[in-house]
Write a protein that binds this ligand. Sequence first.
Ligand code: BGP
Length: 468
Amino acid sequence: MRFPKGFLWGGAVAANQVEGAYNADGKGLDIQDVMPRGVKAPPTEEPTPDNMKLIAIDFYHRYKDDVKLFAEMGFKVFRTSIAWSRIYPNGDDEQPNEAGLKFYDDLFDECLKYGIEPLVTISHYETPLNLAKKYDGWVNRKLIGFYEKYVRTIFDRYKGKVKYWLTFNEINSVLHAPLMSGGIWTPLEKLSKQDLYQACHHELVASALATKIAREMMPEAKIGCMVIAMPIYPLTPNPDDIIKVMKEDHFNDFFGDVHCRGIYPGYMKRYFRENGIEIKFADGEEDLLRDNTVDFVSFSYYMSICDSTQGGPKGEGNLMGGIENPYLKASDFGWQIDPQGLRFILNKFWDRWQKPLFIVENGLGANDVLIDDGNGSKTVNDDYRIEYLNDHLLQVAEALEDGVPVMGYTTWGCIDCVSASTAQLKKRYGFIYVDRNDDGTGTLERYKKKSFGWYKEVIASNGESLKK
Ligand code: BGP
């Protein structure tokens, strides 16, 4: 196993999926506070008690114990996001909220105490609600200015503490989930392509601007983009399927292309031309994009899908689904499991962008069963999770052998948290079980699953303990 020295092993979560305390200490509402069904139903008028994210796993009050458990596993890095509405409650406020800033100071200090590097997503599906309702989120160019103000505030506050930053979580998902991803209040079916792609442009400009500001304010920092990586395989060798997949891939790769090459690719210009879309660039934006490409590319990887001009049986998926692959098995929640797809995507991204890569989400959402451990506590025998992670990590090792530079690996939902797509807690990803159920019952107690000890060993041995 050739994991390099200094490989950043760890875990990942997002503020809205773990913190709870949705209105504590001056936090404003964000879009998640009115999305009790994730992307499966339209938003509610106001927060409703059935919204699991209002309390989530109460990380806001329990982070010290949780970070201690991460340290026990040997984490080198912990990825979380800053909830924008803790810092600027309405997004367009004049002054930041000191209590919100203080919370992240304390959280990052707690990580650093154990030698855990924070990896921070600046915007992870949690746009302040006011920005969504009043401005229609990223459709509005004004969001660039609000984001810039927020970014300057957090860079200034956390420089010296946070070295690794991601500008937007899964930026390419805005095409599929405009509210969750882009804070766009207009429903997808009513949203014009013009507005949707203009929103993408605003996010890409904001991302380049954040990169520029980071370089000015914190020269030691590393800034990455973050995309959903979901390989699409042609269902058949029919050239029609090959071209269909190529075109589908363009919609995903476009975001990384702009982040890494600094220009809009020709295939996108063609798509805009043929669909009557005209992206409006403000003065200087072309230069801004060109001069501020990212330091690294990060991505989530859970599964692959198939596509064909002939159609086929549809499978479930992470915000975007596709045709089922007859060669793969699926998780409890219908996502098809494809460890080799991770090696494939690592090679593809490296070939395409020549930037170091960081796997910032990978993991298995499952129906875990809590049992007595025989020593007076409880546990979960999650051998299926160990197998999933082991098999994916073997493919990371293969990619490293292929010569792909991989900076690190953070498993998704290292502690059980609320699902982004369905807002359920029963879809569990963690090494740590949290006693909370979708009907609101549970003590919020934490229990170590079998995978806890397994991951600890993987980290301690720098991957040598993985089973071929
Ligand atoms: C990604 C998101 C995460 C996370 C993960 C798992 O799309 O970046 O926030 O939740 O997928 O998805 P889910 O929670 O829907 O199972």
